[in-house]
Design a protein around this ligand. Sequence first.
Ligand code: PMP
Length: 390
Amino acid sequence: MTLIQLVTSQTQKMKASPIREFLRYSQQPDILSLAGGLPDERYMPPYPTLDSVEASQQYGSSEGEILLRQQISDIATERGVLGSVNQVLVTNGSQQALDLISRTVLNDESIILTEQPTYLAAIQAFELQGAQIKEVPSDAFGMDINALRDALDVHKPKAVYLIPNFQNPAGHCYSDQRRKDIAALLDEKDVLLIEDDPYRDLCYDNVDLTPICSYLKSAPWAYMGSFSKVLWPGLRVGYVVASEELIPYLVKIKQVTDLHTNRLAQCIISKYLASGKYPQHIEILQDTYRKKRDVMAQTMATYLTDIVDYSVPAGGMFFWLRLPKNVSSNRVCREALAQKVLVLPGGAFFANPSESDDAYLRLSFSRVSEDDLRHAVRILAGVIKKMMDY
Ligand code: PMP
């Protein structure tokens, strides 16, 4: 048996991340990176001090620390997600929540609907289970409701995966009406909603953020959140709040995967939330990132209006650009990299890639300074214009 025969067909088929090739460069000190969806560490608060009792050294429960689960249940309730503490599972980042829910409901006979484009690591989690992904187009207000209805009828999917707030990578935010329409449709068809909401606290404009699952009357749902984008991603603490009947299955898989989330990490998050500092911290983040978003928007307007298609995101970390016809995003990325600016080609965010996907770029504005953002956009504009001339 060759080594490759040892690897399951699902794992072999997993979409290798073409982004990795680019992300390697983001570690280099001379590279200005707008590539990763990383928070700015200059605005991460110090860890709270823990007593030895809190920093538990013993094994813990698979569901998570009870105090943190209560705090998450309060946060979720405030957002409109109706889940009691028993419906909260603390996970190793929301990425693990995605994996747990995928393993609970998907196999190689399943179809799942996603936005087009969508979060790359969600594509990977679904494909690892052998599921087929069908992408549904969106307009400025979210997933197109007629296209969703058609896709539900044609594909009979197990689930629909949505990132309604400041999506990764496209930056969109769903309208209030679209949220309600989608919920009504999922209730009608009785299809599971997997709602991923890690960016919601990074909100810079006055937009509606009501979770779609809060409008559901009968369809099953799983709502995922994270402390990665707003506190410390290195701690790896996220969560899923889900329909009661799903929880025992998620917990069983959590046990198999890692028994429970790191207790020290959970204690740190819990103590920070209890300190009462979180709301003010969020305001600081919102002010800081709003300024960066505005600098990015102004520089894009100066150098790239009429050349690329984009809209200004109301929150989150990303601008999503559509390049002019015949300009390849992969070539733009390589050329920009030669000039020490790193941005990501958009192709990897499409589950079923086609040639036209080579027209997109994702730019993250969260981690670099305002001056560096101006510089990076100027370089990028020069690269794009040069390629248009060929
Ligand atoms: N969902 C989305 C849409 C994301 O962008 C990310 C992080 N890039 C995650 C989930 C996972 O985040 P974490 O595991 O750090 O909570």
